[in-house]
Design a protein around this ligand. Sequence first.
Ligand code: CAO
Length: 541
Amino acid sequence: MAIQTIKVPDIGGAEGVEVIEISVKVGDVIAENDSILVLETDKASMEIPASVGGKVVAIKVNLGDKVSEGTALIDVEAEGAATQAAAPAPAASPEPTKAAPVAAAALTPTASAEVTLSVPDIGGAEGVEVIEINVKVGDEVAQGDSLIVLETDKASMEIPAETAGKILSIAVKVGDKVSQGATIAIVASAGGASTASSAPVSAAPAAAPAPAKVESAPVAAAATSAPKAAAVEEVVQTGDVYAGPAVRKLARQLGVDLGKVSGSGPRSRLLKDDVRNYVKPIVQAAQSGASLGGGSGIPVLPVIDYSKFGEVEIVKMSKIKKLTADAMTRSWLNVPRITQFDDADITDLEVFRNSMKAEAEKRGSKLTPLPFIVKAVAAALVAEPSFNVSVHQDNESIVHKKFVHIGIAVDTPNGLLVPVVRNADKKGLFELADEINVLAKKARDGKLTPAEMQGGCFTISSLGAMGGNGFTPMVSAPTEVGILGVSRAQMKPVWNGKEFIPRNMLPLSLSYDHRAVNGADAGRFMTYLTGVIGDLRRLLL
Ligand code: CAO
């Protein structure tokens, strides 16, 4: 069996054309006309078909190589006696030729500034299906913007606008079969008739030169043979990737593997937006550090166009909301979180609190259940220090804290802020109540300093005023390992061994970082906490 070398065929005189895909590997058995690789100029991609079938024994080019007519591409152990004397034209059928360059949507000037954009020379192909319309009436298109996509059984072609302007009407619809000269759209062009008449390859259909036969047409590298006019962009299907040259170029510039991108165009064709939408969340996550969970390869979320489902308004997140979103994502991805639930009996606490209300008001304090909870949590952190720690950044050590600073989650118009009450274990109830009120007001007024939000050992997130039976708060990583969610207290029947009695029960949810805290530690912490909240005298022990 003879070894035959398949070379770059006539590609319309183009020189130094880049190899962007190699579709075969050594050992593959290929048939004549199978695509062996894809070349790309800045305006068109071309599949190079095998001129002879057989077994691939050597590949002589690499991705990124620049090739010209006659460059050896692969060696094939050919089955037949065919020679490589005449390489056939590449597979894509409606190729432009030197003699009949593919023009952009050809222009026919009409009255005043209206210009008719029609199907240019598409290599003699007749009745080619319109598979996509990329513009709508009223759109402003720039020269070179894709108007429609046509598809034969072998290739798809984007037809770009030869002139910029506003689309006044569209003459085709998806599924129509068109040939050279068919009107695509009418645009109101600032350049108008003069633009049309000066366009180098624009011609009314009747005046277009007769295209060469497709079978004998060399690969036309529309880019190289067509004068300045924008070329028809061929969309090539290779492997699982179905995309045009502009999309492929964008993907290469961004380092995107198109095989990983889902196409949203007709027949899953890849559009530039698909590439952008693929890249955007990855870049955003990298910038925020949000999905850098140790290179865990978290799949990105798809981008959804909600306007498809109804009217929407897009409002930018405040800076605080964005920071919170990043912090929450970091916590979610890095902290193995467990949440334990329990109810604290605050019947007696409420009796005491109500008895103190008048005195509190007299000294200008607002005594809600929260300062009591802060006091109890501070005592729990001292009694059960397993919660008063941080996981060291070496991931091998634990930082034990000898101070008790407690963060209070505050809901503000701009988002969630967590000011810190320092040395909460050493402060009295009124002092705690006043400090919480001052910090909460500063948070709502946007007057907290960074220092007032740093150094917390543990956070309390109280939704008691809003309602709910329980929730699973997020641990504020990396500085803290625990957070207490406080929900709305309500009267419940509690069994005392003899009978059900009405008690005021406060639902608590304790989330913790299971890297630092064990379930048994959490159980002890919660039992201590509910015990103190249930009977404040325990604080004296
Ligand atoms: N059960 C029943 N009633 C409760 C309660 C509870 N757990 N907690 C508070 N209340 C009552 C208070 O007693 C007060 O009623 P009175 O005026 O009759 O005494 C009323 O609810 C309003 O309280 P408040 O909200 O003004 O004060 P607070 O001390 O409970 O909370 C603050 C202060 C700053 C924590 C709160 O205003 C806030 O911003 N909470 C939101 C926290 C948040 O968004 N957490 C979610 C973070 S995401 O994890």
